[in-house]
Ligand binder design. Structure first.
Ligand SMILES: Cc1cc2nc3c(=O)[nH]c(=O)nc-3n(C[C@H](O)[C@H](O)[C@H](O)COP(=O)(O)OP(=O)(O)OC[C@H]3O[C@@H](n4cnc5c(N)ncnc54)[C@H](O)[C@@H]3O)c2cc1C
Length: 469
């Protein structure tokens, strides 16, 4: 049986780039965490912006939903299609060219399907830094990073992906190309359209290229792991480091001892920096644009002061880049260790930094009251007020059976977040996973404005339906 819609797509992108064979489609349909596998009419892999525009036009005419997809590392089911099989998956992976580097403007123009690590590498080869960094950087794409406004480990110093973007090229839901690749640091000519597409999770249009900000390569970066009594100690250390080191403080990650025990069990070859266990740890990164000596002096005096005042219980300073990498691996392997240990109930929340200790105390005790001996996997970007506050079953209870309590656990955690003026999604987005919670916690007036924007930019409702709203 012929399918004229698919024939049209095939003519646009070429037979090799239209995937309809079910086994070949499977890798594009599955969630990274293995919770769900969707269905699709086809997976389409256009080569360039023009082909993306033509595919979107064909979908608009046939009223076929589009699920834009980058590296498929998103954690909220945003880039996988639903179970209906009505949508096409639009993979941006072939749009993977670095179009240009403008050293004087300190920008680079890249296509949406570029892998984040390749962008970091290209910036480095040009003698500069693209500072976005996250554990999925070997497979996530910049189009996905922009569409989720990804955070990562350097937000404290450089901001989220939104702050790293000066311009976008977008294919609208009607299949028009908007060339907004201007690279301007100032442009007050009306509504900030770029900002709408960043963090829109593919629900308003398809990002095909972006102008990114570049920074000087630091001369040195030093890493320390500091042992702490509690999240209150972690907050005190953050404050001390900010006072003493200012913009040199580029990363500040919190990890509970339970996280490091999980990593040690699942990845026994990774370093074990301390001979004993402490309740919490902060992974600290300081950079210097002057010299390694200056960075070393900064970190030694600041951590020394934390030890002298009793804020820190112990500390390890990495003395080589290999050691620093080993300490970062501990942090980066927490999500992988959790995944290997079994499914748990995840949260990606943010709060004013000052409220984090109280949030952890309050929420830990509410969870223990409801689910005695449940285990909290608490880690995250404390410097940005962002915690990955995940809940695993008590020892001896199966991970799958504990998932039946997901709604009740989510309610405890998210009510606590809302009561303290926080956000239920700090950096992963809403996708299909947190839509109900969005409605529960976002004020009605905000939801109404979001729906009006969606209706104006995607009147046919073909862009990633069922995600966010
Ligand atoms: C181990 C691990 C660690 C992680 N750590 C972090 C972290 O520290 N910080 C963080 O923020 N996230 C983190 N993530 C989540 C994830 O890596 C980010 O959300 C990332 O930005 C997604 O990029 P992607 O290319 O994989 O996008 P995908 O998963 O393919 O897509 C994500 C969303 O963007 C949309 N989309 C993708 N490309 C486009 C495009 N070109 N145009 C329009 N819409 C598009 C999709 O439809 C979907 O809604 C982590 C994930 C893993 C697996």
């Amino acid at each position: 049986m012929t399918d004229s819609f698919l024939d049209r797509l095939r003519a646009l992108v070429g037979d090799a780039h239209l995937v309809t064979d079910p086994p070949a489609m499977t890798p594009y349909l599955a969630d990274w965490r293995g919770r769900f596998t969707g269905r699709a009419r086809a997976v389409v892999l256009p080569a360039d912006t023009l082909e993306v525009a033509q595919v979107v036009q064909a979908c608009a005419e046939a009223r076929v939903p589009i699920v834009p997809q980058g590296g498929r590392t998103g954690l909220v089911l945003g880039s996988v299609p639903d179970a209906s099989g009505a949508a096409i998956v639009l993979s941006l992976r072939r749009l993977n060219r670095i179009r240009s580097i403008d050293a004087a403007n300190r920008t680079m123009t890249v296509e949406a399907g570029c892998i984040l690590e390749d962008i970091q590498q290209a910036a480095m080869e040009g003698g500069m830094l693209f500072p976005l960094s996250l554990a999925a950087e070997g497979s996530c794409t910049i189009g996905g990073n922009l569409s989720t406004n990804a955070g990562g480990t350097a937000v404290l110093r450089y901001g989220n992906t939104r702050e790293l973007c000066l311009g976008l090229e977008v294919v609208t839901a009607q299949g028009q190309v908007w060339d907004g690749l201007r690279g301007l640091r100032k442009d007050n000519t009306g509504y900030a359209l770029r900002e709408l597409f960043i963090g829109a999770e593919g629900t308003l249009g398809v990002i095909t290229a972006a102008v990114l900000k570049l920074y000087p390569q630091p001369k040195a970066a030093l890493t320390a792991l500091v042992a702490l009594e509690s999240p209150r100690g972690a907050l005190a250390l953050l404050s001390l480091l900010q006072d003493r080191c200012g913009a040199a403080l580029t990363g500040y990650e919190l990890m509970s001892d339970f996280c490091l025990r999980l990593v040690a069990t699942q990845f026994p070859d990774l370093p074990k920096p301390f001979a004993t266990h402490y309740p919490f740890y902060a992974l600290v990164e300081l950079s210097s644009n002057e010299s390694e000596d200056q960075a070393a002096e900064l970190v030694e005096t600041a951590v020394g002061a934390a030890l002298d005042t009793g804020i820190a219980l112990d500390a390890v300073l990495a003395t080589s880049s290999g050691q620093a990498l080993g300490l970062w691996k501990l942090r980066e392997h927490i999500p992988l260790a959790q995944a290997a240990a079994g499914k748990n109930i995840k949260h990606d929340i943010s709060l004013p930094v000052s409220s984090i200790p109280e949030f952890i105390e309050r929420t830990d005790s509410a969870l223990q009251a409801a689910f005695p001996a449940c285990q909290v996997v608490c880690f995250g970007h404390l410097g940005d007020g962002n915690l990955h506050y995940n809940v695993a079953p008590p020892d001896g209870i199966g991970h799958d059976s504990f998932l039946s309590h997901q709604d009740a656990v989510n309610r405890i955690v998210h009510d606590s977040v809302a009561a303290m003026n926080g956000s239920i999604s700090a950096e992963h987005g809403i996708g299909a996973l947190k839509r109900e919670d969005l409605v529960r916690y976002k004020p009605r007036v905000e939801l109404d404005m979001m729906r009006a924007i969606k209706a104006a930019l995607d009147p046919l409702g073909i862009m990633n339906p069922g995600k966010i709203l």
